[in-house]
Design a protein around this ligand. Structure first.
Ligand code: SPD
Length: 367
């Protein structure tokens, strides 16, 4: 892999100061980048068939069974499946006013932030999410100045927005202060985003915040929310999208986390349909690969308001041409203009199942 993506995990040294590789006297010789291969070591309590590694596949236990593994298959958002990440050490676990906040050190993805049992980010693959959700919209318009982030309390999206030197103001509205504090303590590479002097933090409810935002204030809004179950449910409903559209200037852009095409085509269909009704510019779906999210991919809906046309498919403000953007704070690990264009290519089953993506109206080309 070129560049730094995953570097924190190729060699544990970058995370805890001690170099660790799998080539000790009792181990088969493995490349030092291959920590994952260690997961194949049989575990003392493995009870499965010899070809089935415990942790890779699990069987629901009967309600009277001794352990509660069956619970892992009960998440209503992705029933019947669960992704295992081996925990090395729990670093933090507390209930905030809104959710359970957990941070642990994993053996293969670095530190992991989990909210209400759902992985939000890991050291290793956060780049694929934060860079995409920030640069897909910001590279689609010329000189973005005022940007709003909804959610994003870990700071990773802020870090990415600050690469754009045209940006003058970055408002962020995050409801859960504990997420911000935990990120500052355990994820300094993300929380560095809060150090940018252009960032203005508002701790509170985004719906309320947007109600008071001046009409047409923002060039871009990025909604980095958790999944639309529980507190974030409102964030995929029409009234919320209407408030977002109101807060954008004509020709302003929205990038909203929009779930996995492998799991939630029905939800994607609903979101795109609402956005088509609400945003009179263009509406597109893009996706990226995030191995630690359910199904390993996550999508974004990109919309523009009526006004100067926005061609999301071809970045008009390419990151490669922005002064210092590739290296600001740390080098870009995932996003580039080629990846930007590729992110909008949709598999045939998605076009079939999400009918409103089938006949995407031709993008209004900027002349
Ligand atoms: N299914 C998990 C979706 C998580 C989206 N938010 C991640 C926050 C990273 N800044």
């Amino acid at each position: 892999m070129e560049g730094d993506a995953g570097r924190g995990l190729e060699c544990q040294k970058t995370m805890d100061g001690k170099e660790s590789n799998a080539s000790g006297p009792d181990k088969a010789v493995l490349p030092s980048c291959c920590l994952k291969a260690r997961a194949c070591d049989p575990e003392p309590d493995a009870k499965s068939h010899s070809t089935v590694c415990s942790g890779w596949f699990s069987k629901p236990r009967s309600p009277s069974g001794e352990d509660d593994r069956v619970l892992y298959f009960n998440n209503p958002t992705w029933p019947g499946e669960a992704h295992s990440i081996k925990v090395e050490k729990i670093l933090f676990k507390e209930r905030s006013e809104y959710q359970e906040v957990l941070v642990f050190k994993s053996s293969s993805y670095g530190k992991v932030l989990v909210l209400d049992g759902i992985v939000q980010l890991t050291d290793k693959d956060e780049c694929a999410y934060q860079e995409m959700i920030a640069h897909l919209p910001l590279c689609s318009i010329k000189s973005p100045k005022n940007v709003l982030v909804v959610g994003g309390g870990d700071g990773g999206v802020l870090r990415e927005i600050s690469r754009h030197n045209s940006v003058e103001l970055i408002d962020i509205c995050e409801i859960d202060k504990m997420v911000i504090d935990v990120s500052k303590k355990f994820f300094p590479e993300l929380a560095v985003g809060f150090e940018d002097p252009r960032v203005k933090l508002h701790v509170g409810d985004a719906v309320e915040f947007l109600r008071h935002a001046p009409e047409g204030k923002y060039d871009a809004i990025i909604v980095d929310s958790s999944d639309p179950v529980g507190p974030a449910q409102e964030l995929v409903e029409k009234p919320f999208f209407e408030t977002l559209a109101r807060a954008l200037r004509p020709g302003g852009v929205l990038c909203n986390m929009a779930e996995s095409m492998w799991l939630h085509t029905h939800l994607i269909q609903d979101i795109i349909a609402i956005c088509r009704e609400t945003f009179k510019g263009s509406v597109h779906y893009a996706w990226t690969s995030v191995p630690t999210y359910p199904s390993g991919v996550i999508g974004f809906v990109l919309c523009s308001t009526e006004g100067p046309p926005v061609d999301f498919l071809n970045p008009i403000n390419p990151i490669e041409k922005l002064d210092g953007a590739l290296q600001y704070r740390r080098e870009l690990r995932f996003y580039n203009s080629e990846v930007h264009r590729a992110a909008f290519a949709l598999p045939s089953f998605v076009k079939r199942e999400v009918s409103c993506l089938r006949d995407v109206p031709p993008t209004n080309l900027v002349v």
